[in-house]
Design a protein around this ligand. Structure first.
Ligand SMILES: [Zn+2]
Length: 242
C-alpha cells in the first residue's frame, strides 16, 4: 500500500543579490514630518537596517504569477489570492486561507538586507524625492510629498528556500523562477508606474541539501553559481536527483 504521508526529501536554496536599476520605495511606518525629513520613509528594522521584507518579495512574485495564469479571484475591485489548496500557486506559496492546506507550503522567502557599499553607511543609500501633482490649469505644484527611496545600484542579499517533497517539485521551483523573470520586467515596492523599483537578480547560486545532509551523513555542500535566471534553470536540471 502506498504511503500518503509526505516526507521531506531535501532543500534547494537559491541565493544571490537583488540589484536596484532604479530607486526603490517599500514603505515603512509613517514618521512625523521634520525639517529635511520625509513623510514617506523606506522600511527599516529596529536597528535602522534597510531591507526588502520577505513578504513583499514573496507577495509580488505570487501576484505576478497569479495574474499571468489567471489564478486569482476578483472581488469588490480587488484581486484575492488563490486558496484552492491544489494549484501550483497554493503548493508553492500556501493557500491564502490556511484552512485549505492540502500539502505543505514549499517556499520560504527570507528578508533581503541591504549590502552597504564599501565605506558607506546605511543612510547613505537613501535619497528623498519630491513628488507633486501639477494643477493642469494654473500650472502650479500641489500637495508636495517627500518620498524616501533606496538609491539605484544598491544591492540586497536574498535567499529563497524550497522544501522538496516530490520528484515533480522541480516544476514548482521553475515556476517560481518564472515569477522572478516576470519581476525583472515589473517592479518591486511602490510607484512602479512612475519608474521606481526596477530590479535585476545577480550573483545567483543554487545549493542542494538532500535530507542526508541534515542527518549528518554528508559534509558541507558547495553552492553552484549561475550567470542569470536561464542558467539557474539549467543548473537546477543538472543537479536534480530527487
Ligand atoms: Zn490555488
Amino acid at each position: 500500500m502506498e504511503n500518503n504521508n509526505l516526507t521531506l526529501k531535501g532543500k534547494i536554496i537559491l541565493e544571490g543579490n537583488i540589484k536596484l536599476l532604479t530607486g526603490m520605495h517599500i514603505g515603512g511606518t509613517k514618521e512625523t514630518l521634520k525639517i529635511g525629513g520625509t513623510d514617506n520613509p523606506v522600511i527599516k528594522d529596529a536597528f535602522d537596517n534597510i531591507l526588502i521584507p520577505g513578504s513583499s518579495l514573496k507577495g509580488k512574485i505570487r501576484s505576478l504569477l497569479e495574474k499571468k495564469d489567471g489564478l486569482y479571484k476578483h472581488e469588490k475591485n480587488s484581486y484575492i489570492p488563490c486558496d484552492c489548496g491544489e494549484c501550483y500557486i497554493c503548493k508553492i506559496f500556501g493557500p491564502h486561507k490556511s484552512d485549505n492546506i492540502k500539502e505543505p507550503t514549499r517556499v520560504i522567502v527570507r528578508d533581503a538586507y541591504l549590502i552597504p557599499k564599501e565605506g558607506k553607511k546605511q543612510y547613505e543609500h537613501l535619497e528623498v524625492k519630491a513628488e507633486n501633482i501639477i494643477d493642469r490649469v494654473k500650472g502650479t505644484a500641489q500637495h508636495p510629498r517627500f518620498t524616501e527611496r533606496v538609491v539605484k545600484d544598491s544591492e540586497f542579499k536574498f535567499e529563497v528556500v524550497f522544501n522538496v517533497y516530490k520528484k515533480d517539485d522541480i516544476d514548482l521551483i521553475k515556476k517560481f523562477i518564472e515569477g522572478m523573470r516576470l519581476l525583472e520586467d515589473d517592479y518591486l515596492g511602490g510607484s512602479g508606474s512612475r519608474g521606481y523599483g526596477k530590479i535585476k537578480f545577480e550573483s545567483l547560486k543554487i545549493v542542494n541539501k538532500p535530507k542526508e545532509y541534515y542527518e549528518g551523513k554528508m559534509k558541507e555542500v558547495e553552492p553552484i553559481p549561475a550567470k542569470d535566471l536561464d542558467d539557474l534553470i539549467k543548473k537546477l536540471n543538472e543537479i536534480w536527483n530527487y
